[in-house]
Design a protein around this ligand. Sequence first.
Ligand code: AMP
Length: 283
Amino acid sequence: MKNFKNKTGLSTYITALKANGSSIGFVPTMGALHEGHLSLVNRVLSENDFAVVSIFVNPTQFDNQDDLVKYPRTIDADIALLKTVSDTKVIVYAPSVEDIYADNIQSQAFSFDGLEHEMEGAFRKGHFDGVGTIVKRLFEIVKPDTAYFGEKDFQQLQIIRKLVELHNLPLEIIGCPIYRAKDGLAMSSRNARLTQDHRVAAPFIYKTLNTAKEMFGTKSAKVVTEWVTKQFEKQPLLELEYIIIADIATLKPVYRKSTNKTYRAFIAVYAGDIRLIDNIALN
Ligand code: AMP
């Protein structure tokens, strides 16, 4: 498997592939790969000749230093997992912080038409400036035809679409469905850090989102979110940070339902020290 640690080597290799007419799909990741990531890589290879997978824990998108330090780093296992998808069609880019940022580990400031101020943007200061900075830089290095992002991070997906639109970047963005464990918990690199008790408690998040979806057919967003809040008050191991029902175009909370808009419920929950996010389409 081709595994590049610096951008020059990667860039030369990709330029040669593209000169031969090959299409390149890209999956940016922070590593600690799981089946959710692999579902994106498989999707890339069903629609492109090659999949570039970047593995980089981006320091500028963490508002919490402890989360950055403790973020799992499992590069050997990641490579082994990617080899199970394809040894020849998957290309890994696992750069050092210096390769990306040189000696200036800082985010650029972005405006994403207000999408950056909602939900994760409100609760994780500077997060989307960090995401915008790394993703734009990676797009410039990899120059993919298409990049694939999970709906697991739905706000991020919408922000990347906005980044591409506002900066006229020459690629297409594809959103991919949330891949879940059998018990419904959305796969996440952070799940590996859950205690056994928290892991057992965590599927309650998706179960509650499903009931919220059913309720939203007949009840207002306010009634549904208040109901969800009450359910979490009865869960000693799970602490609700937010439950928001939002219009997917603006990500602003809905106060009055409209039949021509599309809504999702977004949730963030602490299971002990571990912050989990999830979301569900409502209509
Ligand atoms: P991360 O490594 O967490 O930054 O995720 C890298 C990419 O994989 C992002 O586009 C995520 O949305 C996506 N992803 C992570 N977990 C899942 C999942 N359970 N299902 C689908 N996509 C996912």
